[in-house]
Design a protein around this ligand. Structure first.
Ligand SMILES: N[C@@H](CCC(=O)N[C@@H](CS)C(=O)NCC(=O)O)C(=O)O
Length: 218
């Protein structure tokens, strides 16, 4: 098989796997697990993990996801989805340089402006036993401003970020905004974001990816 995707679905490997399912391309899934999730990563019968020598030979950075696409090895989940969209084309991919610029801009916006704070909100949400409520409140306050930006863009863009259709930009941003779903008050204040994430997560490729993810051990 030409494309191998490394990483359990309970990781950012959800992103390239969602993308591969959207594109309908064949792939081999190699479920490399985060080493810190194992009781003893050094045990002889430990499954393939992010510090296994065999995986470090693929990604010396020891992080998932990585792909091997017929010999092209790539890391960074969002770069991988952008690469797969460009390679396979269709509606998810940019149609011209302007669309490509916008897709890169939204992806980098989500990665640099939203991802860390969305994770902070998720890890300190009301349901989390070890939470710090102050970190939750501070994170929600920052994200509320990001959601206002996203809400306006979606309203102006006909419900999607680029080209009035679902693209790799929506997939990348939605996978980061997913962490913030631990804070429903953010979505209640941003109706276009609420409608958009519902539409993104109703896509058959996302539903299938999440079903597979939820079947993995927690
Ligand atoms: N920016 C990277 C982040 C990759 C990352 O942090 N992966 C986590 C799982 S989601 C990981 O492999 N952690 C293993 C470790 O920290 O040892 C990406 O988007 O691919």
């Amino acid at each position: 098989m030409a494309l191998k995707i490394y990483g359990v679905l309970r990781s950012r490997a959800s992103r390239p796997i969602w993308m591969a399912r959207e594109l309908g391309i064949p792939y081999e899934h190699v479920p490399v697990i985060q080493h810190y999730r194992l009781a003893d990563a050094t045990a002889p019968d430990a499954p393939l993990h992010t510090q296994s020598p065999a995986f470090l030979a693929i990604n010396p950075g020891g992080l998932v996801p990585s792909i091997d696409d017929d010999g092209l090895v790539l890391h960074e989940s969002l770069a991988i989805t952008l690469y797969l969209a460009r390679k396979h084309g269709g509606d998810l991919a940019p149609r011209d340089l302007a669309e490509e610029g916008r897709m890169l801009a939204w992806t980098l916006w989500a990665a640099t402006e939203c991802e860390a704070v969305a994770l902070q909100v998720m890890k300190n949400a009301p349901a989390v036993k070890t939470r710090d409520p102050a970190l939750y409140d501070a994170g929600v306050a920052v994200l509320a401003r990001k959601f206002a930006v996203l809400d306006r863009a979606l309203a102006a863009g006909g419900g999607y970020l680029v080209g009035g259709r679902f693209t790799v930009a929506d997939l990348n941003v939605a996978e980061i905004i997913r962490y913030a779903q631990a804070a429903p008050e953010l979505f209640a204040a941003a109706p276009h974001v609420q409608r958009w994430i519902t539409a993104c997560q109703a896509r058959p490729a996302f539903v299938a990816m999440m079903a597979e993810r939820n079947a993995e051990p927690a």
